[in-house]
Design a protein around this ligand. Sequence first.
Ligand SMILES: Nc1nc2c(ncn2[C@@H]2O[C@H](COP(=O)(O)OP(=O)(O)OP(=O)(O)O)[C@@H](O)[C@H]2O)c(=O)[nH]1
Ligand SMILES: [Mg+2]
Length: 286
Amino acid sequence: MLEQRAAVVAELERRGAQPDAVVLGVTGTPGSGKSSLLARLTTTMLEQRSHLSIGVVAVDPSSHLSGGSLLGDRTRLRPSSGGARLFFRSQASATELGGLGPSSFQVCRLMAYLFDLVLVETVGVGQSEADIRHLADQVYLVLAPLGGDEVQFLKAGIIEVPHAFVLNKCDEPSAQQSLHHLQNSLWLARPFDEEPVPIYQTSAKTGQGIAELCDAMLATVAGEHAGVKGREPYFFVRWVKDEWGRVGATHLEQALGGAESWLASAGGFERAQAEFTTTLVATLPR
Ligand SMILES: Nc1nc2c(ncn2[C@@H]2O[C@H](COP(=O)(O)OP(=O)(O)OP(=O)(O)O)[C@@H](O)[C@H]2O)c(=O)[nH]1
Ligand SMILES: [Mg+2]
């Protein structure tokens, strides 16, 4: 697995590709309309920009029940057009709540070499929203009217994570009331925002507000962004902790000088992983 990934990355780099896509997280409660929105948004963006390419990863909490992401075509997102400029992949989540699995970063990272924009759909209230901020340049939180989501998010501290809110299903009669709830919750929960956090009102059903949200997303593609390389140290530390626990984390910090410097000296994520294992095993008592 590691060798295969290393070979793919090496070949991509040999061809001059760089992992510099913008990664946008689209998250929110089940059924709020994330997939429907993504279908609309990707179609509109591809129409507007004839050279844009988009990769979509849906981290699906239900996938593991049905063998999910192994069946690559299992998807509820069915964009109508796109051809080679649009790639969709559904991935089983590591947890039932839709948390990002260890491989989510790797899937995103490979996609970042191949596309201009990578969109990650995650479900759930809690860990996945908190996680996604480590993976994405920007996080959009999708809410449906009167789902009571605002209060839930407020309680879970999630309301502090997103860069923007999307109040979807604004074709429904209760949408206006929800907007007020959300604005009030934000006012309470994020008093220190320098600028008011954007709230997009959309309907994936009628198309209302899609153009505005598209423009905002496309502006991030053109703008400055950290890129996937900058996220490698965080995910390297996570990998070390998952595989080796505290012993590994200590070894990384004390013997190898921390993730950032180790990644740089090893020359790439895969080599850093392989050599980490070798150096750690060498320190273990026989
Ligand atoms: N009225 C209305 N219904 C919508 C809208 N967007 C999505 N829906 C409906 O809401 C339901 C859920 O939509 P999805 O796009 O599957 O929602 P999701 O957030 O991706 O759902 P999960 O992936 O299961 O969490 C579907 O029946 C959609 O047809 C909208 O803007 N207005
Ligand atoms: Mg969905």
